[in-house]
Design a protein around this ligand. Structure first.
Ligand code: FES
Length: 108
């Protein structure tokens, strides 16, 4: 762990064609999972473990901007990361995400 600078560090995590509308995929963020979702024509990126008991969020159910964890039903806003419905209380970390040259890139 070190201090983070302010230089953008965009990392390609998937081909854009591999993430259709309404789908999620899990990618690697330096050994930790990051989930990228495409919903309502927008891209979202957020940490891969549920903040309740660390179930993989990529296995959850995506509806518009909301993701329901399949383990105990916590619901998060994937744009803000906010935990909307328990049992999760802590928000998800979210990341800037973009589509560039046919690739999905996340700013880690
Ligand atoms: S691990 Fe996600 S709701 Fe419990």
């Amino acid at each position: 762990m070190g201090l983070r600078g302010y230089v953008a560090d965009w990392t390609s995590v998937a081909a854009a064609a591999d993430l259709p509308e309404g789908e999620m995929l899990e990618a690697d963020n330096r050994g930790e999972p990051v989930v990228v979702a495409r919903s309502g024509g927008s891209l979202y990126a957020f940490e891969g473990w549920c903040t309740h008991e660390e179930c993989p969020l990529a296995e959850g159910t995506l509806t518009d901007q909301q993701l329901e964890c399949y383990c105990h039903g916590a619901v998060f806003n994937i744009r803000t990361g906010e935990a909307l419905v328990g049992p999760a209380v802590a928000s998800l970390e979210t990341y800037p995400v973009r589509e560039q040259d046919g690739e999905i890139q996340v700013e880690m």
